[in-house]
Design a protein around this ligand. Structure first.
Ligand code: DGY
Length: 331
C-alpha cells in the first residue's frame, strides 16, 4: 500500500476566512491563533517550534531574531502584497521561503484609492457629518465646495500593478496621467493608459492629485516630506493607500494646516495603528483604517492564496507567488 506523506504542521497567526481555514485544515495540521491581537513574540516563537509553516499578517514582525529562534521554519506566507513586516534578506540567508499575495488585490485596492480620492476632493466625510448634524436646512450655492476630478492631472507615484490599475480608472475621468517609477513602463502600457513618465519634481508640480503606490523601501521612506509637499500645487490632493512611512506625517499635518496643499486621503499611517494627533483634528484629511483591499471577495482570495503558498512549499511544490524564489532553486 502506498504510504501517505505526513501532513505538514502550520501556524496561522490570526483568524482567516472560513473557506481558507478549511483549505488549510484539509492538508495540514493547523495551529490557529484565534485571538484578536497579534501573538506576542515569545508565544509566536513557542508555537513555531516544530512547525515549518507560518501564515501571518502584516501585523506580525518576522525579523532576523525571530527567524533565528525558529529553526524549523521553512515558509513565511504573508496575507498581503506588501511584505515590509518581514526581513526577506534574513529569510533568504536562512533558506526560508517568503510569499505574498499580489494580483488578487490589485483591482480592489485601485477601487479604494479612487474612493479615497473622490471622498477627499468632494469632501464626502464633511458632507455626511453636515447632514447628520442637522445643518442641511436648505440648498446652498457656496457650501462644501470641493475640487473637480474630471479633466485634471493625476500623478501616480509607483507604477506597478496597483498604480497602473489606478491610472486605468483615470481614463474614465478624462484625466492626464503622469507617473514616476524607477523602471519606466513600456510604450504600449503608456499608450494604453495614456500615461507619461515624469521626474518626481515635475509630477509633484503638475499634478492635481498625487497618489502613492510605491512599496516601502529605504529609498521611498519619507518620499513625501516637507520639501516635496511644498512642490505640490496649493489646490492639489495627496492620496496614500500604500505604506504609511512613505509619507512624513508631521510634515503632512503642517501642509494641511497651513494650506500648502488642499487635502489628503490616507489609508495607511507612519506609525500604524497610531495616527498623528494633528491629523485627527483636521477637516481636510479623510482617514481610513488600512482597508484598501478589504472587500469580502478579495480578502478571501488573499487568504486562500496565502494558504496555498504555504502548503505548496511544504508539499514540495513551487508556491504560486514567492517573494524570494532564489531560495527554491537552492533546495
Ligand atoms: C497589502 O496587501 O500589503 C495591504 O496593505 C493589506 O491588504
Amino acid at each position: 500500500m502506498a504510504e501517505t506523506a505526513p501532513r505538514p504542521a502550520i501556524l496561522i497567526s490570526r483568524v482567516l476566512p472560513e473557506e481558507s481555514l478549511r483549505l488549510a485544515r484539509s492538508r495540514a495540521d493547523v495551529d490557529l491563533h484565534s485571538g484578536d491581537r497579534p501573538l506576542p513574540r515569545e508565544e509566536l516563537v513557542a508555537r513555531l517550534r516544530g512547525r515549518p509553516g507560518l501564515v501571518c499578517l502584516i501585523t506580525d514582525t518576522i525579523d532576523e531574531p525571530l527567524l533565528a529562534a525558529c529553526p524549523d521554519l521553512r515558509v513565511v506566507s504573508n496575507v498581503a502584497v506588501g511584505f515590509n513586516n518581514i526581513d526577506v534578506a534574513a529569510a533568504t540567508r536562512r533558506g526560508v521561503v517568503v510569499t505574498n499575495t499580489p494580483d488578487v488585490l490589485t483591482e480592489t485596492t485601485a477601487d479604494f484609492t479612487w474612493t479615497l480620492l473622490m471622498a477627499t476632493a468632494r469632501r464626502l466625510i464633511e458632507a455626511d457629518r453636515y447632514v447628520r448634524e442637522g445643518k442641511f436646512t436648505q440648498w446652498e450655492l457656496m457650501v462644501l465646495l470641493g475640487g473637480d476630478v474630471h479633466g485634471k492631472t493625476l500623478g501616480v507615484l509607483g507604477f506597478g500593478r496597483i498604480g497602473r490599475a489606478v491610472a486605468r480608472r483615470a481614463l474614465g475621468f478624462n484625466m492626464r496621467v503622469l507617473y514616476h517609477d524607477a523602471s519606466p513602463a513600456v510604450g504600449a502600457v503608456e499608450q494604453e493608459l495614456r500615461a507619461s513618465a515624469a521626474d518626481l519634481e515635475t509630477l509633484l508640480r503638475e499634478s492635481d492629485f498625487v497618489t502613492v503606490h510605491t512599496p516601502l523601501l529605504p529609498e521611498t521612506h519619507h518620499l513625501i516630506n516637507a520639501r516635496t509637499l511644498t512642490l505640490m500645487k496649493k489646490t492639489a490632493y495627496l492620496i496614500n493607500a500604500s505604506r504609511g512611512p512613505v509619507v512624513e506625517e508631521a510634515a503632512l499635518a503642517q501642509a494641511l494646516k497651513e494650506g500648502w496643499i488642499a487635502g489628503a486621503g490616507l489609508d495607511v499611517y507612519e506609525h500604524e495603528p497610531k495616527v498623528h494627533p494633528e491629523l485627527l483634528g483636521l477637516p481636510n484629511v479623510v482617514l481610513a483604517p488600512h482597508i484598501a483591499s478589504a472587500s469580502h471577495d478579495t480578502r478571501i482570495q488573499m487568504a486562500n492564496l496565502a494558504v496555498e503558498n504555504c502548503l505548496a512549499v511544504l508539499e514540495g511544490r513551487t508556491p504560486p507567488t514567492p517573494v524570494n524564489p532564489e531560495v527554491l532553486t537552492r533546495r
